[in-house]
Write a protein that binds this ligand. Structure first.
Ligand code: PMP
Length: 299
């Protein structure tokens, strides 16, 4: 993720990552009491562009507020700092990881002092071409009565690590994690969609991190005239559907091969989901995706 030359943003300063220090006595390290974001920038025809920068930094602030953390940065300040950081690190296609850390304090009460760190690293490999084999996880997503699941909190990701590793240990690529009612929620680090008879379905909000990519997919569908439905559903409704995909800032849109070894029916190339994947690529590269609507496959 970083080399000797990497520069990060450390609460107002830009410094070498290797010189940055944090302390070992703090709520963030001990209790997972930190909030963060995952953002991407792309090399576009108009220069380097951070995709949905405002939406991500607004969510970072909302996450900090939900966790009762002090937070003093405006979205504009954070966006400006990130562009500067990308330039200093000479990055175009990059992953951007802001994190709000609460320290020093070890009490089980709200953070007294927080600082913002922004790290950036190269992310050149575009979207994942391989289709994923996924399995229903034995772990549930954090219960919304115990956690604020709409906030992107570091501690929640222990659940993601358990679910993802379980899937890998059983020979799958990723996990499909259910909520406490047994409905499909999301993956370890992405939202989920499936396609059936020309409609695109995704879990309703309530037990998921409502992703910015998820919102973008719904926007794209509206734009392209593809019907969508947000609802609660069981994994067996998704199993054997026409197509399925995970979506998130890092993963972008990644096709699913099968759920619990039951394949999705359509060839990915012939699915509406593939069109959505293409449209997303055009959007992140700031190309005009409206032209897609003129393509014969949309008629
Ligand atoms: N769900 C979880 C649990 C995630 O970690 C992510 C990645 N941030 C997402 C969904 C997708 O969110 P986004 O599209 O905003 O990256």
């Amino acid at each position: 993720y970083y080399s000797d030359d990497s520069i990060l943003f450390f609460d107002g300063d830009y410094m070498k990552a290797k010189d940055a220090k944090t302390d070992l006595y703090g709520q963030s390290l001990h209790y997972g009491y930190a909030v963060f974001e995952g953002i991407k920038s792309y090399k576009t025809a108009h220069g380097t562009r951070i995709f949905k920068a405002k939406e991500h930094y607004d969510r970072l602030r909302r996450s900090a507020e939900a966790m009762l953390m002090p937070f003093r940065y405006s979205t504009e300040e954070m966006v400006d700092a990130t562009y500067r950081l990308l330039e200093m690190n000479q990055l175009e296609n990059a992953y951007i990881r802001p994190i709000v850390i609460c320290s020093p304090n070890m009490a089980l009460s709200k953070g007294q002092k927080s600082y913002l760190v922004i790290e950036v690293w190269n992310w050149d490999n575009g979207y994942l071409a391989n289709k994923m084999r996924i399995m229903t996880s034995s772990f549930q997503r954090p219960n919304p009565k115990a956690f604020k699941v709409e906030a992107k909190v570091s501690g929640h990701y222990v659940n993601s690590i358990l679910a993802c590793q379980e899937a890998k240990d059983r020979g799958f690529d990723e996990a499909l994690v259910l909520d406490e009612n047994g409905n499909v929620a999301e993956s370890s680090g992405a939202n989920v969609f499936f396609e059936k008879d020309g409609t695109i379905f995704t879990p309703a909000k309530g037990n998921i991190l409502p992703g910015i990519t998820r919102a973008t997919v719904l926007e794209i569908c509206k734009e392209l005239g593809i019907p969508t439905m947000e609802k609660f559903f069981r994994p067996d409704e998704m199993q054997g559907a026409d197509a399925g995909f995970f979506c998130g800032t890092a993963a972008e849109i990644v096709a699913l091969d099968s759920l619990d070894n039951v394949p999705f029916v359509l060839d990915w190339e012939h699915s509406l989901s593939a069109k959505i994947q293409q449209a997303y690529r055009h959007l992140v590269l700031e190309e005009d995706y409206a032209y897609l609507k003129t393509q014969p496959q949309y008629v």
